[in-house]
Design a protein around this ligand. Structure first.
Ligand code: CTP
Ligand code: MG
Length: 188
């Protein structure tokens, strides 16, 4: 693999993980995932920022975008650099990337509420990386070979490092766009 390609490749592979959080902002609303329930100390379990529509809309969007990417790759008759995986595995990988991303975001909110931070409050690092950590929690144990082949072995580790650097920048850019579009109350 050309060393200049590993970072764009890592980003391309992770699109189904990157899309769900933004899609959740577009699709979100309605019944909260915690049904408004509170913990014993009176704080919300997750808060109004985590809704079922956001969870399903976000996860489905990530999977659909991944299938479109797969269609593009197949129609180009591209070599095996896109997935390093069989098709059945691909569907599972897409699900793990998209659902893991939403689960990480949910876990992030759970932690934020335990820290007594209101929905939408800023918590550096957690806000930027929660979805990435959620994805890793599912992908690393369940699809280790795929993860190793695309993000760890030889020069591919540079792609992983690139992701770690680019994710907070992407997060910031997307949130500013969401704020300008009136979809988010705060620009972070
Ligand atoms: N959203 C949703 N359901 C989800 C995730 C997100 O409906 N599972 C929508 C909500 O409208 C939410 C917005 O996307 O307000 C932005 O998401 P996020 O920044 O993750 O939530 P916050 O409102 O900032 O709340 P928290 O402090 O819990 O992160
Ligand atoms: Mg937020």
């Amino acid at each position: 693999m050309d060393i200049l390609l590993v970072i764009p490749l890592a980003l391309w592979l992770m699109v189904p993980m990157l899309v769900p959080n933004s899609a959740a902002v577009l699709f979100g609303g309605g019944t909260p995932m915690d049904f408004g329930k509170k913990m014993k100390d009176g704080t919300r379990i997750l808060g109004d920022g985590k809704t079922w529509r956001g969870l399903f809309g976000g996860t489905a969007s990530g999977i659909i975008i991944g299938l479109i990417q797969l269609g593009i790759v197949k129609s180009m008759d591209a070599p095996d650099w896109w997935w390093h995986a069989e098709f059945q595995n691909t569907i599972l990988i897409l699900f793990l990337l998209a659902f893991g991303s939403m689960m990480g975001d949910t876990l992030g909110s759970f932690i934020k509420r335990r820290m007594k931070k209101k929905s939408g409050a800023k918590v550096p690092v957690l806000d930027q990386y929660d979805f990435f950590i959620g994805t890793l929690i599912l992908i690393v144990p369940l699809q280790f070979d795929w993860f190793y082949a695309n993000f760890i072995v030889d020069e591919y580790i540079i792609g992983l490092i690139g992701l770690i650097i680019i994710i907070p920048l992407l997060h910031k850019a997307v949130n500013i766009i969401g704020y300008k579009m009136g979809k988010k109350d705060v620009p972070w």
